[in-house]
Design a protein around this ligand. Sequence first.
Ligand SMILES: Nc1ncnc2c1ncn2[C@@H]1O[C@H](COP(=O)(O)OP(=O)(O)OP(=O)(O)O)[C@@H](O)[C@H]1O
Ligand SMILES: [Mg+2]
Length: 225
Amino acid sequence: MLYLKNLDYHPAASITPILKNINMELAPQQMGLIIGCSGSGKTTLLEILAGLAQCSTGEIYWRDQKLTSEHLQQLGGLVFQFPERHFCGGTILEELRLGHPELRPEQISSALEEVGLDHLPLHTSPQALSGGQQRRLALAVQLIRQPHLLMLDEPTAGLDWSMRKQLVNLLAKLKTHWSLLVVTHDASDLLSIADKCWTLNHGHLQSVDPAKLISTNQTEVASLK
Ligand SMILES: Nc1ncnc2c1ncn2[C@@H]1O[C@H](COP(=O)(O)OP(=O)(O)OP(=O)(O)O)[C@@H](O)[C@H]1O
Ligand SMILES: [Mg+2]
């Protein structure tokens, strides 16, 4: 269980705090969805939860353990927005092994199986994959580390309708094994699989019922874009 308690982020370079008194809880095998417009602080929050930036005040816990940035780096796996732009391996195998030369073949095949890429030859270039397959590979790169919390920044951005649908189905499967936290400005595809939902508005996080967002007004969600 992930807990955030009264978390603020106010870097020196910013006049106002970017994240303000954030409180949230996310249980294992749940998907949390944070919806916010551009500049609302979504990526910043994920960077803090991935241990890449440090909150100014507040606490982060996994169960009853208070977490430092080092703990968060081990516990979390962050899939950046447009992760395919950061691929540096010449083959699928190289991409998965980057920073993990010790990986056993069965760990590699199990991560690829989890994301539905196990049918591809390991010497395939990441650049030769479709957009949806590249997103799957980026997920496998994180899953191979067996993180407790898998975070995704705008996972459906830039994908066509059918690839978005496939990715949503994959996330629905992955949440049966991991806790997922997804941030997006466009919740339309992801709402149906979210267990918990929040809106982020100028750094303020507010809980909303995903079922209510689906049933009441899809256009209202669209207007958050
Ligand atoms: N270290 C920092 N110093 C100053 N300002 C920062 C810092 N980090 C983030 N910001 C500012 O915080 C705000 C939120 O940025 P963030 O990238 O988290 O937004 P976002 O919700 O992910 O937006 P988008 O949907 O465009 O990706 C922006 O105005 C950004 O310029
Ligand atoms: Mg962002």
